[in-house]
Design a protein around this ligand. Structure first.
Ligand code: GDP
Ligand code: MN
Length: 360
C-alpha cells in the first residue's frame, strides 16, 4: 500500500521560512537527507555544520526522506536546527523494496556468496534498497518535484570551511548538472558485472557521445600516458567514481529520458540486489557518459568530511579566506592519497572550479 499521501498531509513546513529575513538571491534548490530515525544525532551534527558554514546565510529548505515514518522527535529536532523550511517524506514501498521480478532463490544464493567473500555491506538487504533508491528513485519523490537543484547530505558528515559561493548558483551559471568534491576507486567485488551492463548500454543507446563526455575518466583504454591503477581492475572500468554522499546536482538531469533509460537498463540486470551496486558508481558513470565534460564541476573550494576521508581547498589562501579548520596532514586527506581519482579527472580534460563567485 502507498502511505505516501498520508505523510504528505502530515508534513510540517513550519518555521515558515523566515521569508522576511534577508538572504542572498537563492536558486530553486533543496538540501536532501535520506536518513533513519535512529541517526538523529548524526543528522543534527551534519545540519549544524552545513548551517554554520553555508546555509545560515541562505536558508535553503531541507527535505528528509525515509522508508518508515519519521518520529515527532526527529521532525521537531531537525526543524529546530534548520534555518529554512523543513519537509518530511515517506518513500513509497515500490520505490524502496526489492522488486517482485527479482528471483528470490538467486538473490539468497548471491547474497550468501557476497557474505562469504566479505563484500562490504554484502550481508545487508536494506543497504541494497538504499543504493537502488538513490540510483533511480530519490529524484522521483513528490517532495522534490518543485525543485531544480539538490545538495545531498548524510548524518555524521562535516564541512571545515565556509562555502565561498552558493554551489547551486555555480551550477546554474555554468549550465552544469553535477558537482562533486571527492572521487576515488570503488571496491570491484561490489560491482562484478556493472561495467558489462554499461558497455551494453553504450553500444545500444544513442545518447552516449564519447567525444564530449567524460568516458576517459572511467577507463584507461584510450588514456595516453597511463596512470598506474592503484586498485587493479579486471574490466576496462578503472573503478573511479564521484563519492555520492556529497553531491550537488540538477534534478532535471536525473529526470531526463537518457538517465532513466540508463537506470532502467542497469536495473533490469538485477545487479543492485544480486550484486551490491552502489549509487556512487551508478550516478558517476551516468553523469560521465551522458553529460558534457563541462557539465560536471569539481568543487575544489568546498571542504568535506565523511568518515574516513576529508578534503579541503588546496590553495592556502583559500583556506585562510574561508576560515578553514583543516588538518592538511591528516592521513585520510583524500587529495594526497593514492585512493583519489582526481588526477584522472584532470587528465580527462576537466579543470577544477576555483573562483570566488561568478558575477551575474
Ligand atoms: P555508507 O556511507 O556507504 O557507509 O552508508 P550510510 O550508512 O551512510 O548510508 C547512506 C545514506 O543512506 C545515509 O544518509 C543513511 O542515513 C541512509 N540510509 C542507509 N540505510 C538506510 C535505511 O535503511 N533507511 C533509511 N531511511 N536511510 C538509510
Ligand atoms: Mn555515509
Amino acid at each position: 500500500s502507498n502511505t505516501y499521501e498520508k505523510d504528505v498531509v502530515s508534513n510540517y513546513m513550519h518555521k515558515g521560512n523566515i521569508s522576511g529575513e534577508a538572504h542572498p538571491p537563492r536558486e530553486n534548490a533543496t538540501i536532501v537527507m535520506l536518513v533513519r530515525n535512529m541517526e538523529l544525532e548524526g543528522a543534527l551534527e551534519s545540519m549544524r555544520s552545513l548551517e554554520d558554514h553555508f546555509n545560515r546565510e541562505y536558508h535553503y529548505d531541507f527535505t528528509f526522506l525515509n522508508d518508515v515514518p519519521f518520529t515527532e522527535e526527529f521532525k521537531r529536532a531537525t526543524t529546530a536546527m534548520a534555518s529554512g523550511k523543513t519537509q518530511y517524506g515517506l518513500i513509497p514501498e515500490e520505490d524502496w523494496n526489492r522488486p517482485d521480478w527479482i528471483d528470490e532463490d538467486k538473490f539468497a544464493r548471491c547474497m550468501k556468496k557476497m557474505v562469504d567473500e566479505e563484500v562490504m555491506y554484502g550481508d545487508s538487504t536494506s543497504y541494497r534498497n538504499m543504493c537502488r533508491f538513490n540510483s533511480g528513485y530519490f529524484f522521483r519523490q513528490k517532495l522534490l518535484d518543485a525543485y531544480d537543484y539538490y545538495l545531498r547530505i548524510e548524518p555524521d558528515v562535516a564541512y571545515y570551511c565556509d562555502f565561498p559561493y552558493d554551489p547551486f548558483k555555480v551550477l546554474r551559471q555554468r549550465k552544469a548538472k553535477y558537482g562533486f568534491v571527492i572521487s576515488m576507486y570503488e571496491y570491484e567485488n561490489t560491482i562484478p558485472t556493472l561495467w558489462d551492463a554499461v558497455e551494453e548500454f553504450i553500444a545500444t543507446d544513442a545518447s552516449v557521445h564519447n567525444d564530449v563526455n567524460s568516458y576517459n575518466f572511467l577507463t584507461d583504454k584510450s588514456l595516453i600516458g597511463r596512470l598506474a591503477p592503484i586498485v587493479p581492475s579486471t574490466s576496462d572500468y578503472n573503478l573511479c567514481h564521484f563519492w555520492s554522499n556529497f553531491e550537488v546536482g540538477d534534478l532535471n538531469f536525473f529526470r531526463s529520458d537518457e538517465y532513466l533509460r540508463y537506470f532502467d537498463h542497469l536495473d533490469k540486470k538485477g545487479g543492485f540486489h544480486y550484486e551490491r551496486w552502489g549509487d556512487a558508481p551508478v550516478h558517476s558513470i551516468g553523469a560521465a557518459l551522458l553529460l558534457k565534460r563541462e557539465e560536471i564541476v569539481h568543487f575544489d573550494q568546498i571542504s568535506y568530511y565523511h568518515p574516513p576521508f576529508m578534503t579541503c581547498p588546496t590553495a592556502h589562501d583559500a583556506r585562510l579566506d574561508q576560515r578553514c579548520l583543516c588538518n592538511m596532514t591528516d592521513p585520510f586527506n583524500i587529495d594526497v592519497s593514492p585512493n583519489s581519482c582526481l588526477m584522472r579527472w584532470w587528465k580527462n580534460g576537466s579543470g577544477k572550479f576555483f573562483i570566488r563567485e561568478d558575477r551575474e
